[in-house]
Design a protein around this ligand. Structure first.
Ligand code: NAP
Length: 484
């Protein structure tokens, strides 16, 4: 692949007349710096039919074969003098000052700042703004920093295709946008150079939209795990004078907590939507902003759904492993031995058979539907669906998954829920705690289907406003009463 990229796809003579007319007639693009980014960028530019000259502080130090043959290696001054319009600054921003001697040679040329932020710079000028201060006679364009060397080398098809670009110079931005397109990228115009800070810290962000959902899921897991430990292991141990069930910590308790977390997290996916609907009904308008916590919650539904799917899938795998446990074998053999010794056999338990089949079936179906939701949340799949299809899958099938999961839990609980033994130390089983929020969600959803509520909500969502909250109607009312 890399070898293929060392030769230009388009030589100058073959280049279409309309693509970068200035840049293709001479060695237009210069790259200052001969490091990793410079090498990958040069490979990509050459493969895109662009002539490249690399400017290094010490050309002799560059090993032969590091750059494609089509790339010219010069000292920094030589490279800058050859560049007609664009100069990529492929060096760390701390070293920009070392180029001050080239100020006059760089004047009028577009400097492309590809640097990333060293830390989450929330205040203070960006690297690109500092570069613009150092070279006031050169338009500065921020871009390409979100593209890794790997993405540059493997081609736009394998990596991210988006290149965020910003600049105060329209002409400079236009040139970089053209070049990015020629290289097979999707340039995204982010506006003026003040957006550079945002672009620079973009590669430093660690799953910004995932932290909240991950913390919520983790806390839920801790709660159910701790609750199960207290109820099923620690308190019986203390009360029954040393009945040791600590072996349950590794698998049993994890497998007990995971479905509870999956169920509550799935309910949390649909809770904010319902809350928003009830808020709109109460306000009688959709034109008032939701509180920011609700906005944030609504934006994290996809992540919550995927985490719910992860917990449900893990629960499935854990459950499949249950027969492999040593304790299962131990119990099975001992029960069989006791029955043989006593001359009895396992009685046929019709109700028990129904119960286990029903809860297993609901669980498998619920996991299946949840998998479908997870798959359609992938942008590549989701983009192929129209709005109605997407709503059907994410909302319609989502509620089906939630209902199946609740049924799975209730069939599991069966009538044990009504036995006093299910409440040792007055503590209900975890599965009972886990169905509370999902049941509230289902009931609230059912209320929204009541014709009087459904009609009002539909009208509100199509722009109708109640007189109480509509500023336009209130204004007319005031005028009609002769009050200015
Ligand atoms: P690198 O491998 O360390 O290369 C930096 C180059 O800067 C050196 O090879 C050196 O080339 C040149 N340079 C010029 N003046 C210098 C000076 N005074 N002191 C030291 N070096 C000097 O770094 P890199 O990974 O290519 O990164 C370069 C820039 O690209 C950084 O701003 C980085 O944030 C950005 N970037 C990198 C990646 C990536 O994946 N690596 C991705 C996006 C953005 P000469 O010795 O030939 O002059």
């Amino acid at each position: 692949m890399v070898e293929d990229m060392t030769t230009p796809l388009l030589s100058d003579s073959e280049a279409p007349a309309d693509a970068l007319p200035v840049c293709l007639t001479s060695p237009t693009v210069a790259i200052l710096g001969s490091g990793d980014f410079s090498r990958s960028l040069a490979l990509r530019l050459v493969a895109s039919g662009v002539r490249v000259v690399v400017g290094s502080r010490c050309v002799n130090r560059i090993p032969s074969g590091l750059f494609p043959d089509a790339v010219e290696l010069r000292n920094q001054e030589g490279a800058v003098s050859q560049a007609v319009c664009l100069v990529f600054m492929a060096l760390f921003p701390e070293h920009y000052c070392s180029l001050l001697g080239l100020q006059s040679a760089l004047a009028g040329k577009v400097l492309v700042d590809v640097s990333n932020g060293a830390e989450m710079n929330i205040h203070g000028p960006s690297n690109a703004e500092r570069l613009a201060e150092l070279f006031p006679d050169s338009p500065v364009v921020k871009g390409f920093n979100t593209v890794s060397t790997w993405e540059l080398q493997t081609g736009a098809h394998d990596g991210s295709r988006q290149v965020m670009i910003c600049s105060n110079s329209t002409e400079g931005k236009k040139k970089v946008v053209q070049l990015a397109r020629q290289m097979g990228f999707h340039p995204v115009d982010m506006g003026g150079l003040s957006a550079a800070r945002e672009i620079e810290v973009a590669p430093l962000r660690l799953f910004p939209s995932w932290s909240g959902p991950v913390v919520v899921t983790f806390l839920l897991f801790l709660f159910f795990y701790g609750y199960g430990f207290l109820r099923g292991i620690l308190l019986p141990f203390l009360a029954q004078g040393g009945h040791n069930a600590f072996y349950r910590l590794a698998l049993d308790l994890v497998n007990e907590s995971l479905p509870a977390v999956a169920l509550v997290t799935l309910a949390l996916v649909y809770f904010p939507g319902l809350f928003a609907a009830w808020l709109q009904l109460w306000r009688g308008t959709k034109y008032q902003r939701f509180p920011s916590w609700l906005d944030n919650w609504l934006q994290r539904r996809k992540q919550l759904g995927l985490l719910s799917f992860l917990c449900a899938a893990l629960h499935g795998v854990y459950s499949l492993c249950l027969p492999l446990r040593r304790i299962t074998l131990h119990r099975l053999v001992n029960t069989a031995y006791r029955q043989v010794k006593a001359g009895t056999e396992e009685p046929w338990d019709e109700l028990g058979v129904w119960r286990s089949d029903l809860y297993l079936s609901c669980g498998v179906l619920g996991l299946g539907v949840l998998s479908l939701l997870a798959i359609t949340s992938l942008p590549t799949v989701g983009n192929t669906l129209n709005w109605r299809e997407f709503t059907f899958v994410q909302s319609g099938l989502g509620y089906i998954a939630l209902t199946l999961s609740i049924m799975h839990t209730l069939f599991f609980g069966w009538d044990f829920t009504f036995h006093i033994e299910a409440y040792p130390f007055y503590m209900p089983p975890s599965y009972l705690l886990a169905v509370v929020v999902p049941c509230i969600v289902l009931v609230c959803r059912c209320f929204l289907f009541l014709p009087c509520i459904f009609t009002r909500l539909t009208r509100i969502r199509r722009g109708w406003e109640s007189k109480r909250n509509c500023p336009v109607l209130q204004h007319h009312h005031v005028e009609a009463n002769g009050i200015p």
